[in-house]
Design a protein around this ligand. Structure first.
Ligand code: ADE
Length: 252
């Protein structure tokens, strides 16, 4: 998968996405992540990329021309009739990013991510690029770079081969709308606290049952919104199971 990130601070992107699992996946050629400095595409002799908002107001806005020039250069290799890449604009007013969005974006061959700065971006750049606005949470960052790194990490780890096979198939938070259960490793006793006995029992069915119950308890306490989705699905699945059972006994 290829992710092109348009930013005023490409070094910030590299400092995050050059390391660890994503950094290694890039070196292995599984992920092609490139950061572009929008300033390089300014036609202004002082390489300016911002201007004051029309109609007045505070701060500066990122102007549309350097952004569109940057996008055109980034996508110059795409032929006329070919599919356009999915474009995302990082913004606190966007849709809040979820694991579902990560899965949806991971199906794309190419993503282009625009990082905003100052007081925002000229609306025409967002409209011309048909960008989907994405927020990483209800707080305001100094720019979209960290948000772009978070999206790239969450999407990148879903690309086959990026995570070790064993990790991919493990249950993790947000699968089935449940948060992950508590995990423990050695030492068995630490500062007077022991690993729960069931995890040392070797009884796999009991361990699975305990983990599910812990996940349910945690989700209900911390994320009632997720829990109600999970609970509705669980009830529907149980009702369907009962119905199948009833049908089977009447057929016999
Ligand atoms: N830029 C500034 N704040 C942001 C946020 N919360 N999400 C995405 N981009 C942003």
């Amino acid at each position: 998968m290829r992710i092109d990130i348009m930013t005023l601070f490409p070094a910030q992107i590299e400092s995050v996405l050059g390391e660890s699992i994503i950094g290694r996946a890039r070196q292995a050629g599984l992920l092609d992540i490139r950061a572009y400095n929008i300033r390089d595409y300014s036609e202004d002799k002082h390489r300016r990329v911002d201007d004051t908002p029309c109609g007045g107001g505070r701060g500066m806005l990122m102007a549309a021309p350097p952004i569109i020039n940057c996008y055109n250069a980034v996508t110059a290799d795409i032929s006329e009739g070919d599919a356009k890449p999915k474009v995302l604009y990082m913004s606190p007013r966007g849709k809040t990013f979820t694991q579902e969005d990560a899965k949806r974006f991971a199906l794309e061959q190419r993503l282009v991510i625009l990082c905003g700065h100052y007081e925002g971006v000229d609306q025409r750049a967002i409209d011309i690029l048909e960008a989907e606005e994405i927020s990483i949470g209800d707080y305001v960052l100094t720019g979209g770079e960290l948000a772009a790194c978070i999206i790239s990490d969450a999407v990148g780890r879903l690309i086959p081969g990026v995570l070790p096979e064993a990790v991919c198939h493990e249950k993790e938070s947000f699968e089935d709308d449940l948060l992950e259960y508590p995990q423990y490793t050695r030492p068995i006793e630490f500062m007077g606290q022991k690993v729960p006995d069931v995890l040392l029992s070797g009884h796999h069915a009991n361990i699975e049952k305990w983990r599910l119950e812990e996940s349910e308890k945690l989700t209900e306490a911390r994320r009632p919104d997720l829990y109600s989705k999970y609970y509705e699905r669980k009830m529907a699945a149980e009702a369907a199971k009962k119905k199948r059972k009833r049908r089977k006994t009447t057929e016999q």
